[in-house]
Design a protein around this ligand. Structure first.
Ligand code: CA
Length: 239
């Protein structure tokens, strides 16, 4: 069933020109758009109008994006993409575990932003009423991962990493968060860099599901587990 009314996107952004450009691009992509220039009243608006996605700037007059995100997330699962002018800020935001669905650093290209909006909406529409069969099946007791009839056995560290990412599919997890997950199972990890563990894990997953990137790097931020869209052919379009 196709939805008849287009998705409604709320842009909370105090840079008027930027908001206007983004709104134009989103409308051209077929979305309905509403713009709020301050953080004041954003929570009420979201509650009342129930947008399908919120594009939320961090630094706003009236009320900042951080506290808006917290309050909205406490009440609804509406997808939120946070935008910020500083890439280091993204790391901090991830550490706070606000529950935003994606983070975009300014300046961004409106085209890129529209792509991110589409991706987030696609993920949101997949869960949870109509789960597509996952690419991987995890078996924690045996540290095994299977794809169809193929099975691999991971190390405890690799499995812990994959389990954390898999469970949070579609969301970005920071390196710190992943590190905590590894240590929480009480094992000593000689190599403290998440990146090398991820590298090994990716290699192992490549044996299981060739030519498919399941663990995506988010530059300067962390990692995200994402299965390819079954409607798309090939893993193209990954950064
Ligand atoms: Ca701002």
């Amino acid at each position: 069933m196709r939805q008849t009314s287009p998705h409604l996107i709320l842009i909370v952004e105090d840079e008027e020109r930027l908001a206007a450009v983004v709104a134009d691009y989103l409308r051209a992509a077929g979305y309905r758009v509403h713009h709020l220039p301050t953080g004041t009243g954003a929570v009420d608006w979201i509650e009342r109008e129930r947008p399908d996605l919120v594009l939320l700037d961090l630094m706003l007059p009236g009320r900042d994006g951080l506290s808006i995100c917290r309050e909205v997330r406490g009440r609804s699962q509406v997808p939120i993409i946070m935008t910020t002018a500083r890439v280091e800020e993204i790391d901090r935001l991830l550490g706070l575990e606000l529950g935003a669905d994606d983070y975009v650093c300014k300046p961004y290209s409106p085209r890129e932003l529209v792509a991110r909006v589409k991706a987030v909406l696609r993920r949101a529409s997949r869960s949870p009423e109509s789960p597509t069969p996952g690419v991987l099946a995890l078996e924690p007791d045996r540290l095994q991962v299977s794809h169809g009839s193929a099975v691999i056995t991971l190390t405890a560290v690799e499995f812990a990493l994959l389990a954390a990412l898999h469970q949070a599919a579609g969301r970005i997890l920071s390196r710190d968060f992943l590190m905590d997950r590894i240590y929480s199972d009480g094992r000593i990890v000689a190599d403290r860099t998440i990146d090398s563990h991820i590298k090994k894990l990716r290699r192992r997953l490549g044996e299981l599901v060739p030519d498919t990137e399941l663990i995506h790097s988010v530059y300067g931020v962390g990692y995200r587990y994402e299965e390819p869209d079954p409607n798309l052919v090939g893993p193209e379009g990954n950064p």
